[in-house]
Design a protein around this ligand. Structure first.
Ligand SMILES: NC(=O)c1ccc[n+]([C@@H]2O[C@H](COP(=O)([O-])OP(=O)(O)OC[C@H]3O[C@@H](n4cnc5c(N)ncnc54)[C@H](OP(=O)(O)O)[C@@H]3O)[C@@H](O)[C@H]2O)c1
Length: 333
């Protein structure tokens, strides 16, 4: 699907962007792969790492529509990964988070429409489902913008969809590198904010593969949610440091005890497929099919129960301590 095509990824120098680039270059022969982000050092290091002739590096901010529109010229597919994503930073700098995550999303949409891009996938997070912090709320607003953008183009291009998943094992600023650095520095305890805390758990490679697959599946308007396991944070601590005691330090501002990917209130619009869920748009599209029970690959989904919700503590698939160790090891590859 990506052979001889041009792909642009906003936030391409981040954790997702690196794994996506590695995967795309190993499986396909794209015409161009454009990395769009702000920091020249991260771009320089990425250029050194991949040294691929098809790659182009654009310095630019998603807040700058003119620059985005220039960067998207003759592009076929866009992945929108750029975001401000640290929960405390978003709480303390709300307008900055809104400018990047909401205004930036609107700019990506308008630039994609102006350039007649074929398909756009925006990355979302479990924190966008029934959000309690600003990061999640801005990502929910972004999700809504991408879904509704399909209505702005009617039967024409582009098609816009969203991929929503949970904690990526080992991504920048996340719990695994935090625990690892504590352990390496000889900590006498592992701080866990709440005894019962659970999270969805996914590797970067699984996230990338899910996004690549959804470019084939998408009709436009879906929020794609993968079926993935959950973990208990206390089990994560035991897996990473079996001999170091856990200390409960209290829940942080903006932190949930459990994360949610499909809210119960959206059950009427949620369809279950073999390895994923689709949350279909609540609005009716004009000049477009509103049937999301099958997709462009002709996979069939079925309606979920009307009380269904997909939450990390009631997930039927939990990893044991040993499974977490193996999963985290796999994630480091
Ligand atoms: N990591 C997770 O656990 C997780 C889970 C679920 C969903 N997600 C979502 O997945 C996406 C990618 O996450 P990630 O882990 O790869 O993040 P990351 O490692 O922090 O990378 C973020 C990227 O966005 C760029 N960026 C930030 N602000 C920008 C702006 N205003 N304009 C242009 N580029 C900007 C950054 O580069 P510069 O700073 O150089 O611009 C960097 O390339 C995000 O949308 C996030 O919400 C992540």
């Amino acid at each position: 699907m990506f052979n001889d095509k041009s792909v642009l990824i906003t936030g391409g120098t981040g954790s997702f962007g690196h794994k996506y680039t590695e995967t795309l270059l190993s499986r396909y022969k794209p015409k161009r792969l454009i990395i769009y982000s702000r920091d020249e050092l991260k771009q320089f290091e990425m250029q050194q790492r991949f040294n691929a002739p098809c790659m182009r590096f654009f310095i630019g901010d998603v807040r700058d529509k003119e620059r985005l529109t220039r960067a998207m010229q003759d592009v076929d597919f866009v992945i929108h990964a750029a975001a401000m994503k640290q929960v405390p930073a978003a709480e303390y700098n709300p307008t900055e988070c809104i400018k990047t995550n909401i205004d930036g999303a609107e700019n990506v949409i308008n630039s994609a429409i102006d350039n007649g891009i074929e398909k756009v996938i925006a990355l979302s997070t479990d924190k966008a489902a029934n959000p309690i912090n600003l990061y999640g709320a801005t990502k929910l607003a972004s999700d809504k913008l991408f879904v509704a953008a399909n209505n702005m183009v009617g039967a024409n291009k582009p098609r816009f969809s969203v991929v929503r998943y949970g904690n990526v094992v080992g991504s920048r600023g996340s719990v695994v590198p935090y625990f690892r650095s504590l352990i390496e520095n000889g900590t006498d305890h592992i701080p866990v904010t709440h005894q019962d805390m659970t999270r969805f758990w996914i590797t970067l490679q699984q996230g990338v593969d899910f996004v690549l697959k959804n470019f084939e599946r998408m009709l436009g308007g879906e929020i794609f949610v993968p079926k993935i396991p959950s973990i208990r944070i206390t089990d994560l601590a035991k897996a990473m440091a079996p001999d170091i005691p856990i200390k409960i330090v209290g829940i942080r501002p903006g932190e949930k005890l459990h994360e949610m990917m499909c809210p119960g209130d959206m059950a009427f619009h949620t369809f279950e497929f073999k390895d994923h869920f689709v949350i279909a748009p609540a609005i009716k599209f004009f000049q477009r099919s509103n049937d999301f029970t099958s997709n462009a690959l002709n996979e069939k989904g079925k309606s979920v129960d009307e009380i269904f919700e997909y939450v990390s503590n009631s997930n039927p698939h939990f990893l044991s301590v040993d499974e977490i160790s193996a999963f985290n090891e796999e994630a480091r590859k």
